[in-house]
Design a protein around this ligand. Structure first.
Ligand code: HXC
Length: 259
C-alpha cells in the first residue's frame, strides 16, 4: 500500500541497509526510497544487490551497492566508504542482515551458532561502528532489525534468540551512549512477514496456519507494513524515539510465543 506517508518524508536523506538485497531489508529500502531516500545496500550476493538497486532506482532516488559480508569488519567499513562517496554521508543505518535456520539446540554446531550470532549480532555492531562518523555528522538514526525471539524464545531458535537479544541490548546501549551526540537508536521487531526467506525457513516444519493462528490479526504482515514503520522510525516523525523496541507483529507478542 503506497501513499500513506508524505512522499518527501525522507527526501534527500541517505539510508544504508545491510542485507538490503532481499526480504524484509529490501522492503525497508523500498519504503524509504518511496518517500525520497537515497539508498545504499550491502549483502553477500552481487546479483541480488544489482536487481535490488535496479528496482529501487525506479523511485527516482540515488542508489549504491557494495558486496560485503557483515561478518567482515573491513568489508563493512569499505561499504560505508563507498556509499558515502557515491551518495553522501548516511542519515539512517538499518542493521538488517541476518541468518537463520531451525535446529534443536543440541544439534547446533559451534560453527552454526557462531554463523548466526556473527551475522546478526557482530554484523550489526560492525555496521553501527562503521557508520558512526557518518550519522554523527548528519544527526542520523540507527535501526536494528530484531525479532520476537529476542524476548520470548522460539523452539529450535537458540542461536537466533541469543543473537537477537544481544541486538536489542546493543541498540539500547548505543541509544544511551550516542543519544547525547544526536544519534537515535531503535529496534524494529517484525513478526511473521509474508514472502520472506525467514518465514520460508521458519514454516518449513509447520504449516502457515499454525503461525497465522498465533497472530491476533490472523495473517502475516505484508512487507510494506514492516518497511513503512522503518521509514517512520528513521524520519523526523520519530525525532524523540530513542532506545525503543517497536513491535510490528499483528499482536503476536501477546500469544506468548514471541514479543
Ligand atoms: C543445522 C546448520 C543448518 C541447519 C547451516 N548449518 N544450516 N546446522 N541445521 N539447517 C550450520 C552448518 O552445518 C555449519 O556448521 C554452519 O551452520 C555454517 O554454515 P555455512 O552454510 O557454512 O555458513 P554460511 O554460508 O555463512 O551461512 C550462514 C547461515 C545460512 C546462517 C547458516 O543459513 C545463511 O547464510 N542464511 C542467510 C539467509 C537467511 O538465513 N535468511 C533468513 C533470515 S530471517 P558446521 O559445523 O557444519 O561447519 C531471520 C529472522 C527470522 O533471521 C525471524 C522471523 C520471526
Amino acid at each position: 500500500m503506497t501513499g500513506l506517508l508524505h512522499p518527501d518524508l525522507l527526501r534527500g536523506r541517505n539510508v544504508f541497509v545491510s542485507g538490503g538485497g532481499s526480504g524484509v531489508n529490501l522492503a525497508i529500502a523500498r519504503e524509504c526510497a518511496a518517500v525520497g531516500a537515497n539508498i545504499a545496500i550491502c549483502g553477500r550476493t552481487e546479483a541480488k544487490l544489482q536487481a535490488a538497486v535496479r528496482e529501487l532506482a525506479e523511485y527516482g532516488v540515488k542508489t549504491s551497492y557494495a558486496v560485503a559480508d557483515v561478518r567482515d569488519e573491513a568489508a563493512v567499513a569499505a561499504a560505508f566508504d563507498h556509499a558515502a562517496t557515491e551518495i553522501g554521508p548516511m542519515d539512517g543505518i538499518v542493521c538488517g542482515a541476518a541468518g537463520n535456520f531451525l535446529a534443536p539446540a543440541q544439534k547446533i554446531s559451534t560453527n552454526g551458532f557462531r554463523a548466526v550470532t556473527d551475522i546478526d549480532l557482530l554484523g550489526s555492531f560492525h555496521c553501527a561502528k562503521a557508520g558512526f562518523e557518518q550519522v554523527k555528522q548528519t544527526g542520523g538514526a540507527l535501526l536494528f532489525v530484531s525479532g520476537g525471539q529476542s524476548r520470548m524464545p522460539f523452539l529450535h531458535q537458540a542461536h537466533v534468540s541469543a543473537a537477537k537479544a544481544g541486538v536489542d541490548q546493543l541498540m539500547r546501549t548505543l541509544a544511551l551512549e550516542w543519544g547525547p551526540l544526536g544519534i537515535r537508536s531503535n529496534s524494529l521487531v517484525p513478526g511473521p512477514v509474508e514472502g520472506t526467506e525467514g518465514m520460508r525457513r521458519l514454516t518449513e516444519t509447520a504449516d502457515g496456519d499454525v503461525w497465522e493462528g498465533m497472530v491476533p490479526l490472523g495473517r502475516f504482515a505484508r512487507q510494506d507494513e514492516v518497511g513503512r514503520m522503518a521509514a517512520v522510525l528513521l524520519s523526523p516523525i520519530a525525532s524523540f524515539v530513542n532506545g525503543a523496541r517497536i513491535v510490528v507483529d499483528g499482536g503476536m507478542a501477546m500469544s506468548g510465543s514471541a514479543g
